[in-house]
Structure formats: C-alpha cells, structure tokens
Design a protein around this ligand. Structure first.
Ligand code: NAP
Ligand code: GCO
Length: 267
C-alpha cells in the first residue's frame, strides 16, 4: 500500500473504548473521533454513561454509551450484539478500563488480587472474545490493549496490577498470533506515568506544600522530566488504530517519556 496521510484517518470506523468516561479512555476516544471514527464507550453505571455522553457532546462528539461492567461476560456479549445492531460491527477495540490497588502483597487479600486481575486481564480477554467474530466477518480489525510500565517493571504495592499488566502484554501477543491471519492487528500501548485520576494519589501536594515524594521520584526517572498527559497517548493510539499500522502486530508501544530507557537521574 503506497503511503498516504489518509492512512492515519479512521473515517467510517466504529471504535469501542472501554471505561472511556474520563481519563485516558476519554482522550483516546476524542482523538479517534477527530480522525473520523464513530465512538462507542461503556461505564458500569447509567450515571457514568450520561456523564460521558455529556462530556463527548461538549467536544462536539455524538458518542454511543452503554452500561456494562467489563468483567461481566454475559453482559459484554449482549452489549456487543446491541452495538452491532444499533451502531455496527466494532472495527477498533481499546481495552482501556482498568483499576489498581496499591497494597503491600503480604497485606493484600486474595479477593483484592483477583479483582484487579479480573478487571485488568480477564476483561480484555472477555471483550476481545466478544468483538473478534465481527472483525473476522468484516475482514479485519484493530485491538489495542492499554498495558503499563508494570508490563515490564515491578514496584512495591502493585503486585496484582503488575501481574495483570504483564499478562496483558502476553495476551496482546497471543491475540496477534492467533488472529493475524484474519487481518486483525492486536497491539498494546504502554503509558508511562500519566496525570489522571488513577495516579492522583501519587501526585498529591504534601502538607508543607512540597511535591509528593513519588511525584519527585517519577520526575527523576523520566528523561522528559514531567508526568505524561492523556493527550500524549493520542497520536500513538490513532496510529495503532489506523491502516498505517497494518503490519504492526503483537507490539507494545511504550509512550513513557523514556522511563524504560533510563536508569534515573543521580540524586
Ligand atoms: P482512571 O482514571 O481510573 O479510569 C479508569 C476507567 O476505567 C474509568 O472510566 C472507570 O470507570 C473504568 N472502569 C474501571 N473498572 C471498570 C469495570 N469493571 N467496568 C467498566 N469500566 C471500568 O484510569 P486511567 O488513568 O484513565 O487509566 C486507564 C487505563 O490506562 C487503565 O487500564 C490503566 O491501568 C492504564 N494506565 C494508566 C496509567 C496512568 O499513569 N494513569 C499508566 C499506564 C496504564 P468508573 O468511573 O466507573 O470507575
Ligand atoms: C503506580 C501507577 C502506575 C501507573 C502506570 C504506569 O502506582 O505505579 O499507578 O502503575 O498507573 O501503570 O505505567
């Protein structure tokens, strides 16, 4: 295929971004809409869906919102069938919905560990399984799994999250391996440390007005010397959702300001 700038466009495509009422999911959906895609998203509550619809409307985006918990396999199967009937077959799936529990492993209950695995790893399996048949029927599709620095690195208190995101990297490679023959590309995006509600506790100002120690730590570990923004992820996501990446498969694209390449600033 000869290169055209239009290769980066998403016109006529239907993109499902899970958990995209705010945060990274919302930013990715916004960029997909700017590239021409029709946006579909879900949240666990009608209140969340309504909040999301209003937020998209504020950006001039007419999105389609569905109430569904990504861990509910029957619910996801029904939601995807409803999307296919009401909007159309999903061309692009972003498995974005995710949680984290920051608890020292010896203090973490097995139930909490399982909940993180359920949302961050089992759910991408469940949602991918629901959309792949339509993609095969459609002649292809794009799946983007939102991985993490913790797909490569560990740190104290995030054992469940790292196990899930490490597994999500391998699920990405396996979907790529199993469904590449149907012109489905499955890749990951590995964000660095991004300023969203999920990381707000790590950036809280201290009582004396100083920066949170973890905030200072991340600045020292990032060559770009800043936290990422959800907008930093938009270009890489549009690339992986577009025909410009049709021969990129099973890859995790780290968008981390250089963290994984860097030993860290000398104190
Ligand atoms: P966030 O601000 O906490 O947003 C997470 C989203 O997922 C929310 O919309 C949440 O909806 C939704 N969600 C959670 N559990 C769900 C479930 N069971 N069913 C449906 N939706 C559910 O997180 P974020 O920072 O935007 O992160 C988004 C993704 O990027 C996550 O997978 C995260 O692990 C990953 N990530 C984040 C960073 C970072 O530094 N922020 C870096 C690397 C990777 P509710 O409002 O209903 O809870
Ligand atoms: C943490 C952070 C990280 C980020 C992200 C980094 O507690 O270490 O929440 O896990 O969310 O995953 O890529």
């Amino acid at each position: 295929m000869t290169f055209e700038l239009n290769n980066f466009r998403l016109d006529g495509k239907i993109a499902l971004v899970t958990g995209a009422v705010y945060g990274i999911g919302f930013a990715l959906a916004e960029s997909f809409a700017k590239a021409g895609a029709t946006i579909v998203f879900n949240d666990r509550t009608q209140e969340g869906v309504d909040k999301g619809l209003a937020a998209y409307q504020e950006k001039g985006i007419v999105a389609h919102g569905y109430v569904c918990d990504v861990t509910d396999e029957a619910g996801i199967q029904a939601m995807v069938k409803q999307i296919e009937a009401e909007v159309g077959i999903v061309d692009i799936l972003v498995n974005n919905a995710g949680i984290i529990k920051r608890v020292p492993m010896l203090e973490m209950s097995a139930a909490d560990f399982r909940q993180v695995i359920d949302v961050d790893l089992n759910a991408p399996f469940i949602v991918s399984k629901a959309v792949i048949p339509g993609m095969i029927k459609n002649g292809g599709g794009k799946i983007i799994n939102i991985c993490s620095m913790m797909s490569e690195l560990g740190r104290e208190t995030v054992s469940a999250y790292a196990a899930a995101k490490g597994g999500l990297k391998m699920l990405t490679r396996n979907i790529a391996s199993e469904y590449g023959q149907y012109n489905i590309q499955c890749n990951g995006i590995g964000p660095g440390y991004i300023a969203t509600p999920q990381t707000a506790p790590l950036r809280e100002k201290q009582a004396d007005g100083s920066r949170h120690p973890f905030d200072q730590f991340i600045i020292a570990k990032t060559p770009a010397e800043r936290w990422g923004t959800a907008e930093d992820l938009q270009g890489p996501a549009v690339f992986l959702a577009s025909s410009a990446s049709d021969f990129v498969n099973g890859h995790v694209l780290y968008v981390d300001g250089g963290i994984l390449a860097y030993i860290g600033k000398q104190p």
